[in-house]
Design a protein around this ligand. Structure first.
Ligand code: PEP
Ligand code: MG
Length: 763
C-alpha cells in the first residue's frame, strides 16, 4: 500500500473529514462507557484513514503518556505502555505539542521500541497532540506498515479528531482521577520556583489560575454557511468590545496602553486569521470548534518560535481567539472577568493585555507567567499598573491550585507557593514595610535632593514609555536622564515612521513639561530585538552588531530618528545621546548625521531646536582612555554602568550563571569611575550615570563618593535614593572612598555599609 490520500475515490478531503467527524460524533453521543467509546474511535479512525494502527495515549500525572486504546497494537499493551514526554516519537509529539508525520518512523532518532506493543513491523507514523486549554492532554498516533507519506489534509483531519478527544479526556470519565489527585496533593507542599523578573516588586495574595478553557458542546456542524455567519457576528461583537476597552477613561491618558491595544485590534483585523477559521468551518466544524482548532495550531507554532517578539505576537492571536470564543459561546466562559479575591495573584501560561485588563487591577497583587518576556504587552501594562511580575516560571500552572497562597518576589525573580508561616510572615512584613516606605518617600517629594553637607544632586528618571513620564511629576525628578527610544519600537508590531516618531517624541517633551529629556538613539541588537529586524545574531550579540554600530552602518534608521527628534523639539531644547560609543570617530560620524538632518530641516524652512546638546554614553571601556580627545567634542557624558560592567569584567549581563559574580562596588570599578568624573570635571563637561546601580542606595552613595552629582534611575528608586542623598555627608565619604581604590578586595561593599551605618546614611 502506498501513500493513501483520504480523498482517493471517495470525494474531497473536506467531505472525508466531515464523514469521519460525523461518525465520531455518533460514537460520542452513544451510551457506552468512555473506554468503550475510545475503543470505537480508534477503530473508526484506523478504518477511515486506511491505517493498520490507531492508538490513543492519555496524559497521566505531570508528564507520562499512557496507552488507553489501540486498534492494531497488542491489546495487552493498553494501560501497560507508558511513555515519558520526550520519549519516543509519541513523547516527542507531546513534548513539542506538534504533529509529526514520518514515512519511516524507525529511522527516526527518537524511535522508542516497545516490545509489548509489537510495533516493530510498522514503518510510517503520524502523531498529533490532543490539546486542551493550551496543554497536551494526550496523543493520537496512526501507523502503517508501508512507508506512507501522510498528507497535510490527513494531518489536519487528525487534529480535528484530537479536539473531540480532548473533550472526552477532559470529561474525567476515562480514569479515576483519584490517583492523579493524590499526586497533586503530595505536591501541595511549600514550593519555591524561579523565573525571570518582568516587573519588579513584591506581592502576597491568593492564586487565581487563569486557564481560559471552554467546553465546546458542539464540535461538528451540518451547515457551514450558518457557522460562518455566527463567526462573523461574533467577530463584530468582539470588535465592539475591544473598542469599548479602548475608550476606557482609565486608559485615555496613557499612550502605550492605547498603542498596545490598537496594535491588538489590528491583529484582530488580520484577514488571514479569519480565513483560516473559515477554512476550518468548511471541514465540518462549528464556528467555536474552528476557532479552537486554529488556536491549537497557533499554539503549536508558538511553541516552536524562537524569536521572543514573534512568540509574543503569536500569543496576541491566542488571546484574541479566546475573546472570540467568549463571544461565540456567550456566557459559558469559565475565567473571563471572574470575581477575584482582594489580593489576587494571577497565574497564567501567558496572557494578552486585554485579558489582563479584564481583572480588577485594584485587586491585583502580582502576576506569574509560565512564558512571557519583559517586552511583552502584558509586562508593559503590568509595569504601568505597578503589578509585580515573574515570568518564565516552568510548569507553574500544574503546581498551583486556585486559592493557594503565593508570594511574588519579583525583585529576586522567584515565587513561593503555599509558604510556611515563617516565610509568609517575613514577606507580609516586607509588603508592609514597602507600603510604609512608599509613604515615607512620598513625604520627600518636595524636599530638595541636597546632601546633609549641602551638595546638590540631580536626580533623574530612566524612561522608555510615555507612562513613565508620569513619575517625573509624581516624584518631582529633575528630568529624564535616559530615554530608551528602542522601547516604544519594541512595544509595537512595526517600525515607526518619521511622522509617528515625531508625534511620539513631541508628546514626551510635552509630558516632561520643560524638564530636560535625554533621548538616547536606538540601541538595538544585543538583547533588544525589534520587529522586522530579525533576532540577535552573532556569537556574542552584546558585543556584536548593535547600537551605534548598527546606526552608522545603516544610517537611514538613525537619520529618520534624528529627523523626528529635531522636528519634535523645534523651538525647544533637545538632548540626544549615542549608545555604545567605543571611539571618538563614532561620535563624530553620528554628529555629522545630526548636522546633515539639521541642515535639511533648515533648508526646508522648518523650525529647529533652540538648543541642541549632543552627548555619548560611556559603556565601552576603550572610550575612557580617549577622554582628552572626546571631551572637547561633546556636550555631556553619561556612564551606562550596565554595559560598562559587562565589558569591564567580561561578564555577560544576561547570563544568570554570572549574576552576582562580580561587583560594581569593586575597587576597580570605583577607581575607573572616579577617573572619568575627574576628567569630565576638569573640562567642565557634565557627567552622569544612568545604569541600574544609580538606583540602589548603597551604590548611589558610592557614586556620590567618587564625584557623581547627576544620577538617572528607574522611577521607583527615586524615593530611596533621595532619602540616602539627604542623609549623607558626602565630603566625609569622598575622603574615605579614595582609600579603598587600591584594596585587593572583591568588593568594598562591607566598608561602604560600615560607613553608612557609622554616619547615619539611609541606605
Ligand atoms: C547601560 O548600559 O547602563 C544603560 C543604561 O543602557 P541599557 O541598560 O539600555 O543598555
Ligand atoms: Mg547600555
Amino acid at each position: 500500500m502506498v501513500s493513501t490520500g483520504p480523498g482517493q475515490g471517495q470525494g474531497t478531503p473536506i467531505s472525508v473529514s466531515r464523514r469521519l467527524l460525523a461518525r465520531i460524533r455518533d460514537v460520542m453521543a452513544g451510551a457506552d462507557t468512555a473506554a468503550e467509546r475510545l475503543d470505537q474511535v480508534v477503530r473508526i479512525i484506523a478504518a477511515d484513514m486506511v491505517a493498520e494502527v490507531c492508538s490513543i495515549y492519555v496524559r497521566r500525572g505531570a508528564d507520562v503518556l499512557e496507552l488507553f486504546a489501540t486498534q492494531g497494537l497488542k491489546p495487552s499493551a493498553v494501560h501497560q505502555t507508558k511513555l515519558k514526554f520526550g520519549e519516543g516519537i509519541v513523547g516527542d509529539v507531546a513534548q513539542k505539542a506538534r504533529a509529526f508525520a514520518l514515512a519511516d518512523a524507525q529511522e527516526h532518532p527518537n524511535f522508542a521500541y516497545r516490545p509489548e506493543t509489537g510495533e516493530e513491523i510498522y514503518h510510517s507514523m503520524m502523531g498529533v497532540p490532543v490539546l486542551r486549554g493550551g496543554r497536551v492532554a494526550g496523543v493520537i498516533a496512526v501507523q502503517n506498515r508501508t512507508r506512507r507519506h501522510y498528507t497535510e489534509e490527513e494531518i489536519e483531519t487528525m487534529q480535528t479528531v484530537a479536539m473531540v478527544m480532548a473533550e472526552l479526556i477532559a470529561s474525567g470519565e476515562l480514569f479515576d482521577a483519584a490517583a492523579d489527585a493524590a499526586e497533586a496533593a503530595a505536591a501541595a507542599l511549600p514550593l519555591r520556583l524561579e523565573g525571570l523578573m518582568m516587573n519588579e516588586g513584591l506581592g502576597v495574595g491568593e492564586a487565581v489560575l487563569h486557564v481560559p478553557d471552554f467546553h465546546i458542546e458542539q464540535l461538528v456542524a451540518d451547515d457551514p454557511e450558518s457557522e460562518r455567519r455566527r463567526l462573523h457576528a461574533a467577530f463584530a461583537d468582539m470588535h465592539g468590545s475591544l473598542d469599548e476597552l479602548l475608550a476606557d477613561d482609565a486608559l485615555a491618558e496613557s499612550g502605550e496602553h492605547r498603542d498596545v491595544l490598537e496594535t491588538y485590534r489590528l491583529i484582530a483585523e488580520d484577514a488571514g486569521w479569519l480565513a483560516r477559521i473559515e477554512d476550518a468551518i468548511r471541514t465540518g466544524l462549528t464556528a467555536e470548534a474552528a476557532v479552537q482548532r486554529v488556536r491549537n495550531d497557533i499554539r503549536a507554532r508558538m511553541a516552536n518560535a524562537t524569536d521572543p517578539y514573534l512568540r509574543e505576537r503569536v500569543h496576541d492571536l491566542d488571546d484574541l481567539a479566546h475573546r472570540l470564543l467568549i463571544h461565540l459561546v456567550g456566557g459559558q466562559t469559565v475565567t473571563a472577568v471572574k470575581e477575584i479575591p482582594d489580593r489576587a495573584i494571577v497565574v497564567a501560561r501567558n496572557m494578552g493585555p486585554a485579558q489582563f485588563l479584564d481583572y480588577d487591577h485594584e485587586k491585583l497583587a502580582g502576576l506569574v507567567l509560565e512564558e512571557g518576556s519583559p517586552t511583552s504587552h502584558v509586562a508593559i501594562i503590568a509595569r504601568a499598573l505597578d503589578v509585580p511580575v515573574v515570568g518564565h516560571v516552568r510548569d507553574v500552572l500544574t503546581q498551583l491550585a486556585d486559592g493557594d497562597t503565593v508570594v511574588v518576589d519579583a525583585d529576586n525573580a522567584q515565587i513561593f507557593a503555599r509558604p510556611g508561616a515563617d516565610v509568609l510572615t517575613t514577606f507580609e512584613e516586607g509588603v508592609r514595610k514597602l507600603a510604609e516606605q512608599k509613604t515615607r518617600f512620598a513625604s520627600l517629594i518636595d524636599e530638595p535632593a541636597v546632601t546633609a553637607d549641602g551638595a546638590a544632586v540631580s536626580l533623574n528618571i530612566n524612561a522608555g514609555l510615555m507612562i513613565d513620564l508620569k513619575s517625573l511629576a509624581d516624584w518631582n525628578a529633575d528630568g529624564v536622564g535616559l530615554f530608551r527610544t528602542e522601547v516604544p519600537f519594541m512595544a509595537r508590531s512595526k517600525l515607526l515612521g518619521v511622522d509617528e516618531q515625531t508625534r511620539f517624541y513631541a508628546q514626551v517633551l510635552d509630558q516632561a513639561g520643560g524638564k530636560p529629556v535625554i533621548f538616547r538613539t536606538l540601541d538595538i541588537g544585543g538583547d533588544k530585538v525589534l520587529p522586522h529586524w530579525g533576532g540577535a545574531d552573532g556569537e556574542n550579540p552584546a558585543m556584536g552588531w548593535r547600537a551605534i554600530r548598527v546606526s552608522l552602518d545603516r544610517p537611514a534608521l538613525l537619520r529618520q530618528q534624528l529627523r523626528a527628534l529635531i522636528r519634535a523639539a523645534a523651538g525647544r531644547r533637545l538632548h540626544v545621546m549615542f549608545p555604545m560609543i567605543a571611539e571618538v570617530s563614532e561620535f563624530v560620524a553620528a554628529r555629522d548625521l545630526v548636522e546633515m538632518e539639521l541642515a535639511r530641516e533648515k533648508a526646508k524652512g522648518r523650525g529647529v531646536p533652540d538648543v541642541l546638546k549632543l552627548g555619548v554614553m560611556l559603556e565601552v571601556p576603550s572610550l575612557a582612555f580617549q577622554l582628552p580627545a572626546l571631551l572637547g567634542e561633546i556636550d555631556f557624558l553619561s556612564v551606562g554602568s550596565n554595559d560598562l560592567g559587562q565589558f569591564l569584567f567580561a561578564q555577560d549581563r544576561g547570563d544568570p550563571r554570572l549574576a552576582g559574580r562580580y561587583d560594581m562596588l569593586s575597587p576597580a570599578v570605583l577607581k575607573f569611575l572616579s577617573g572619568i568624573v575627574e576628567a569630565c570635571d576638569a573640562r567642565r563637561v557634565p557627567v552622569g550615570l544612568c545604569g541600574e546601580m544609580a538606583g540602589r542606595p548603597l551604590e548611589a552613595m558610592a557614586l556620590l563618593g567618587v564625584g557623581f552629582r547627576r544620577l538617572s534611575m528607574a522611577p521607583a528608586s527615586l524615593g530611596p535614593v533621595k532619602a540616602m542623598v539627604r542623609s549623607l555627608h558626602v565630603r566625609a565619604l569622598e575622603a574615605e572612598i579614595e582609600g579603598l581604590f587600591d584594596r585587593p578586595d572583591h568588593a568594598v561593599r562591607d566598608q561602604l555599609r560600615g560607613f553608612a551605618a557609622d554616619h547615619g546614611v539611609e541606605i
